[in-house]
Design a protein around this ligand. Structure first.
Ligand code: AMP
Length: 397
């Protein structure tokens, strides 16, 4: 019997991540990355059987297409051609149109392109990857899995912005939320680990990576989330500001900043990088803090304080709480950041279990704190967005 492998593709504007996932075991058989697209030094690299290979990509033309063509020959040379049953694409924005995974046809592709209006940095790249993959794998069904879809269950009061309602009807301005695949996965895993039915569970899922967001998940459904109309909203992140007073934008523009300068600052020069002036990387912040760097310490404090404030406010959409669930590169690995966040939540009764917190790192799940007051725990669940994408595809074959 052949295997049930899914080729998972995540196309960015200058990169393309890919993985061949065994949808049964969840193992990544091959994982790789095409990067520096649009530049002469564009490369593609992959890991198979623990061995890493890197190659240059043809300098001219469409790099998404070149990378995906190389994937076809790679898959052939590894002997997996007959094992791959579908291609799953991560697509950032599904607007209000896509509330779950869909099989891609011309109409779906046109709609994803149309939604570029809402996600100009992401959806055009997603569409490029899909077009190239359809050309390269014409006989395989292809599916789009949207980052926004899981949050389409948010009630109107949670997604409505406190501005002129015509801006919603005219332009679709509202909270959409992102990281949906991750919040979906860790809420299901947390219910499994705690041995409670997901349809009777309450979680605050906290995805802390380069991008970061919090989600209130009641009975398996997203009720509110901290990213908004764009992924810029909510928590402070690696280079993104998260929420700021919109009055700051007007102030800076009146000082002569252009629109591009303001948004470049908010998206690429803020967060850990902006506050510390050293790095956008949490590990770098922790190292600098250990060496006594004052602004690294400030970045750590602003970040952890903000996350804790969000967690506390995400009790509001819930009717019960079983666990606060940490995930993402920072959430899965940094016992120090998690401890500081939980210390900020001591009024909610959370007491950190130091041993549990130290153990739940580098891919290990586990309980890291308990609150007698709320009858809830804090835990770590490593996320696996590729596996969700693979399973979503296989379920729809
Ligand atoms: P992600 O975007 O989910 O890949 O997460 C990337 C973030 O996770 C970066 O800020 C990394 O510095 C952070 N990270 C990864 N490993 C660790 C670690 N051991 N301790 C602290 N932060 C980490």
């Amino acid at each position: 019997m052949s295997n049930s492998y899914v080729l998972v593709i995540n196309s960015g504007s200058s990169s393309l991540k890919f993985a061949i996932i065994d949808s049964v075991s969840g193992d990544a058989i091959v994982s790789g990355l095409g990067e520096c697209f649009g530049l002469p030094e564009a490369t593609i690299s992959w890991k198979f059987n623990g061995e890493k290979t890197q190659e240059a990509i043809e300098a001219q033309g469409n790099h998404h297409q070149h990378a995906i063509k190389r994937l076809v020959t790679l898959i052939e040379s590894l002997g997996f051609t007959n094992d791959i049953v579908a291609v799953g694409h991560r697509v950032v924005h599904g607007g209000e149109k896509f509330t779950s995974t869909v099989k891609i046809d011309n109409q779906v592709l046109t709609e994803i392109e149309r939604l570029s209006d809402l996600a100009p940095l992401h959806n055009p790249a997603g569409a490029k990857g899909i077009e190239a993959a359809i050309e390269a794998f014409p006989n395989l069904p292809q599916f789009a899995v949207f980052d926004t879809a899981f949050h389409q269950t948010m009630p109107t009061k949670a997604f409505t912005a406190g501005i002129d309602k015509d801006l919603y009807t005219e332009y679709g301005i509202r909270r959409y939320g992102f990281h949906g695949t991750s919040h979906f996965y860790v809420s299901r895993q947390a219910a499994k680990i705690l041995d409670i039915p997901v349809e009777k569970s309450g979680f605050i899922t906290v995805h802390l990576g380069n991008g970061a967001s919090v989600c209130a998940v009641q009975n398996g459904k997203s009720k509110d989330t901290s990213m908004g109309f764009t992924p810029l909203a909510g928590l402070m992140m690696g280079t993104r500001s998260g929420d700021i007073d919109p009055g700051i934008l007007e102030f800076l523009m009146k000082k002569g900043w252009s629109q591009d300068q303001v948004f470049d600052m908010l998206n690429k020069k803020s967060g850990f990088l902006g506050v510390s002036h050293i790095t956008s990387d949490a590990r770098g912040i922790l190292e600098a803090m250990e060496q006594g760097h004052e602004d690294a310490k400030l970045a750590f404090e602003v970040f952890t304080y903000r996350v804790a404030k969000y967690i506390a406010s995400y009790l509001i959409p819930l009717t019960s709480l079983d666990a606060i669930v940490f995930t993402g590169g920072i959430g899965e690995n940094s016992n120090i950041i998690r401890e500081e966040i939980l210390n900020n939540l001591s009024l909610l009764g959370f007491v950190v279990d130091s041993e549990g917190n130290d153990k739940a790192r580098f891919g290990n799940e586990g309980i890291i704190a308990r609150s007698e007051l709320l009858g809830a725990v804090a835990m770590v669940v490593p996320t696996n967005e590729e596996l969700v994408i693979a399973r979503e595809c296989v379920e729809r074959l």
